[in-house]
Ligand binder design. Structure first.
Ligand SMILES: [Mn+2]
Length: 142
């Protein structure tokens, strides 16, 4: 199992490759707000663990194992963003909150959150009902 930090890298690398067909050390460093030397170190570890192949002047490619995990991590991030949006979390908080929780949930919880998102999306009136409760709770605080 990759550590939380490894997960962040695999997730970003997968996203960069999806968007631009390649992932450069400098792009990964920028996306994760870390120093390029940290990226090089982590990329070497991910290579050693079989998630990607890194060749100094040719860039890096994800292995099948790396791609499979990357896809799940990007899906998990997007699902958690959807969930927070549905439950009414402010846009400005969503990204950071997802970054804070995504590595700490079991895949069981992720699947159940998937059910929850589906439950709300299948019938938008359920979201309205939730908003009503939220309004009531806000009013009680005033
Ligand atoms: Mn993420």
């Amino acid at each position: 199992m990759p550590t939380p930090s490894m997960e962040d890298y695999i997730e970003q690398i997968y996203k960069l490759i999806e968007e631009k067909t390649y992932a450069r050390v400098s792009d990964i460093a920028e996306a994760l707000s870390v120093h390029p030397s940290s990226v090089t170190k982590m990329v070497q570890k991910l290579d050693k663990d079989g998630y990607l192949v890194y060749e100094k002047y040719r860039g890096l490619t994800l292995t099948i194992k790396g791609r499979k995990i990357g896809k799940r991590l990007v899906f998990r991030h997007a699902l958690l963003e959807q969930m927070l949006k549905i439950i009414g979390v402010k846009d400005e908080n969503i990204y950071n909150d997802v970054e804070g929780i995504e590595h700490h949930l079991s895949w069981d919880s992720i699947d159940r959150i998937g059910d929850l998102v589906q439950f709300f999306e299948e019938d938008i009136s359920r979201i309205d009902a939730l908003r009503d409760i939220q309004k009531q709770n806000e009013n009680e605080l005033e």
